[in-house]
Design a protein around this ligand. Structure first.
Ligand SMILES: NC(=O)c1ccc[n+]([C@@H]2O[C@H](COP(=O)([O-])OP(=O)(O)OC[C@H]3O[C@@H](n4cnc5c(N)ncnc54)[C@H](O)[C@@H]3O)[C@@H](O)[C@H]2O)c1
Length: 283
């Protein structure tokens, strides 16, 4: 017999079924239809099975966040399952995992594709959440360049002179720029495409959260990470569950007046950098 375990047709789509994304889903998706998207089929199956055996309804879809058509097909699949009320994007790679080009294509352009694709399918009253990073606060992009970024479609972002000059210098700079652009992408969508659908969209900028991605960073740049942790007010790293708590708030109805903005959750690392308690070097 086929059991129908969930009559609710409200969909939550997650792009990037990794540590933080799954924590957000576990915190927020009970009673909803979950669509998991990831480039790794293995990740998808493992995460979907864990969720199914914990009482959630989960479907999967292989997606390459760097390919526009793949992201569009993912958004269409979400819409075919029911009303797309929530979208969470945590697909990303960190500086020590990838080249500048890969980071810019995935964390910056890919996020733009996702914001655009879901901007066509979000249900009225829905909400989106992009996981950016504290690094989006690590240096200031000139105001006129930010204005140019806001007026440039996702597929043309890599052609912006400033991004070609600064973003390709090293993976650290690429990551900082990509994550700052995420804040701008949410602002733009909140004011335009997502506004038209009466849906909200925000970003979260986590600090150092101990996930597999963070371990890759520790292994490659341990001293710098230790320095950030030691100089922060919290004097510790964060957990995916702490990000999930804030993510659930931003997605939920109590955050109905919060739109197009970023929530920095970093234990005080950026405060330490801005006040000179920690001296940043970008690799
Ligand atoms: N862990 C941290 O300390 C930290 C801090 C700040 C921001 N972030 C950001 O948070 C997000 C989530 O990170 P996490 O720590 O949960 O990492 P994670 O590695 O657990 O999750 C990332 C997921 O993205 C998927 N992915 C990678 N490339 C993809 C592609 N081309 N298409 C589709 N999926 C793809 C991976 O398979 C993985 O499941 C990332 O954007 C990361 O940059 C992480």
């Amino acid at each position: 017999m086929n059991f129908d375990l969930n009559k609710n047709k409200e969909v939550i789509a997650l792009l990037g079924a990794g540590s933080m994304g799954t924590a957000i889903i576990r915190r927020f998706a009970a009673g909803r239809i979950i669509l998991l998207g990831d480039i790794s089929e293995k990740n998808l199956e493992r995460t979907a099975n864990e969720l199914r055996y914990s009482g959630y309804t989960a479907e999967t879809c292989v997606v390459n966040a760097m390919e526009k058509s793949s992201v569009e097909a993912f958004a269409e699949k979400a819409a075919s399952l029911g009303d797309v009320k929530y979208f969470v994007d945590t697909a990303g790679a960190s500086p020590n995992q990838s080249s500048p080009e890969h980071i810019l294509k995935l964390d910056m352009v890919g996020t733009g594709y996702a914001v655009d694709a879901f901007g066509k399918v979000m249900a009225k009253g829905g909400a989106g959440l992009i996981v950016s990073s504290q690094t989006g606060y690590m240096f200031d992009i000139p105001y006129e360049v930010e204005a140019e970024i806001l007026n440039t479609p996702a597929e043309k972002l890599m052609d912006i002179e400033y991004i070609k000059e600064t973003g390709f210098q090293n993976s650290g700079s690429a990551y900082i720029i990509a994550k700052r652009v995420n804040h701008l992408q949410a602002q733009k969508a909140a004011a335009t495409t997502w506004r038209e659908r009466r849906a909200r969209i925000n970003t979260i900028s986590p600090g150092i959260i101990v996930t597999p991605l963070a371990y890759d960073e520790f292994n490659a740049a341990g001293d710098a990470y230790q320095g950030m942790i030691d100089s922060s007010a919290a004097m510790r790293t964060g957990s995916s569950d702490e990000i999930a708590e804030a993510g659930a708030f931003l997605l939920g109805e109590h955050a109905g007046f919060i739109n197009g903005t970023d929530l920095l959750i970093d234990g005080g690392v950026i405060a330490a950098i801005r006040t000179g308690q920690y001296k940043l070097t970008v690799r």
